[in-house]
Design a binder for this molecule. Structure first.
Ligand code: G1P
Length: 291
């Protein structure tokens, strides 16, 4: 057991307009897009639950209320399924219902950036440590990505980020680490820079959408200083607490699918379908015909 405050809270920034997936996202939140048969948001919630998270905060925006409805009891649907004896479907619905009172939502009223979205959850966070999960990233792994961060957090405390190596020409898509000590699994974070040009990137180790953070970050976010792309960047606020709280990156085990990108989204569909005993044969069969 550790002496650090246990991680029980998670923030899910889901206010984005999903422009890259228009027209699908015209009347539907991007986070409700299914990968195989589960919406993106549920992959993130399931991963958080598996890591011991008990309190969930969705940072939503206008037109995204269906994300809140999704985690409620669908009374009429369940009643109809019950009457028809479709208990297998009732089981499938189970994980989409959260414990009473465990999910709250706040509105990010303006799209000012990821840092601003996280700051909008400040009252939910209070003084507790919290996770941030970006539902665009699905991480497929035997041990959930957030759970891997929690195992480190329980030893080190402070901030813990999931990191992975990217090609140098892609550093301008991510938050990038400047690293100190590195044992191949755990890396010490010496610096952080949001979306650096390849020639300016201090390494090729990128942040993916899983964070464990302490509340120390909030006063820095509160300044709402603009960074890369004119946005309030979470990365910039994190950079301010380096040296003040323990700060580590974890080379997590697993495969990340960037579902914010069309090709990444399609790859996730295929890869996760191939993991499913009920679908793998059919999918493999049709893929052969295309390749
Ligand atoms: C955000 C973060 C970035 C991080 C990335 C991971 O960028 O700002 O530091 O590397 O998520 O997916 P975005 O993808 O919102 O541009």
């Amino acid at each position: 057991m550790s002496h650090h405050i246990p991680l029980r809270k998670a923030v899910f920034p889901v206010a984005g307009l999903g422009t890259r997936f228009l027209p699908a996202t015209k009347v539907m939140p991007k986070e409700m897009l299914p990968v195989v048969d589960k919406p993106l948001i549920q992959y993130a919630i399931d991963e958080a639950r598996a890591a011991g998270i008990e309190e969930f905060c969705l940072v939503t925006g206008r037109g995204k209320d269906s994300l809140i409805d999704y985690f409620d009891i669908a009374y009429e649907l369940e009643d109809t399924l019950k009457k028809r004896g479709k208990t297998d479907y009732l089981d499938i619905l189970q994980p989409s219902v959260v414990k009473p009172g465990s999910l709250v939502a706040v509105r990010q009223q303006e799209p000012l950036g990821l840092g601003h979205a996280v700051w909008c959850a400040r009252d939910f966070v209070g003084n507790d440590p919290f996770a941030v999960l970006l539902p665009d990233d699905i991480v497929h792994s035997p041990v959930g990505c957030l759970q891997q961060l929690v195992e480190v957090y329980n030893k080190t405390g402070g901030n813990v980020l999931a990191v992975s190596e990217v090609p140098r020409e892609h550093t301008n898509r991510y938050g990038i680490l400047d690293i100190g000590t590195d044992d191949g699994h755990l890396v010490e974070v010496k610096g952080l820079v949001e979306k650096p040009k390849p020639e300016e990137a201090p390494s090729c180790l990128s942040i993916i959408g899983r964070y464990v953070l302490t509340a120390d970050i909030m006063p820095h976010l509160a300044k709402l200083e603009r960074g890369a792309g004119g946005e309030v960047q979470l990365t910039d606020a994190m950079a301010k607490v380096i040296g003040k709280v323990p700060f580590h990156g974890v080379r997590y085990k697993g495969t990340r699918y960037d579902c914010g990108d069309k090709v990444g989204f399609l790859e996730a569909q295929i890869a996760l379908a191939l993991e499913r005993p009920d679908l793998a044969d059919g999918v493999r069969e049709f893929l052969r015909r295309y390749l």
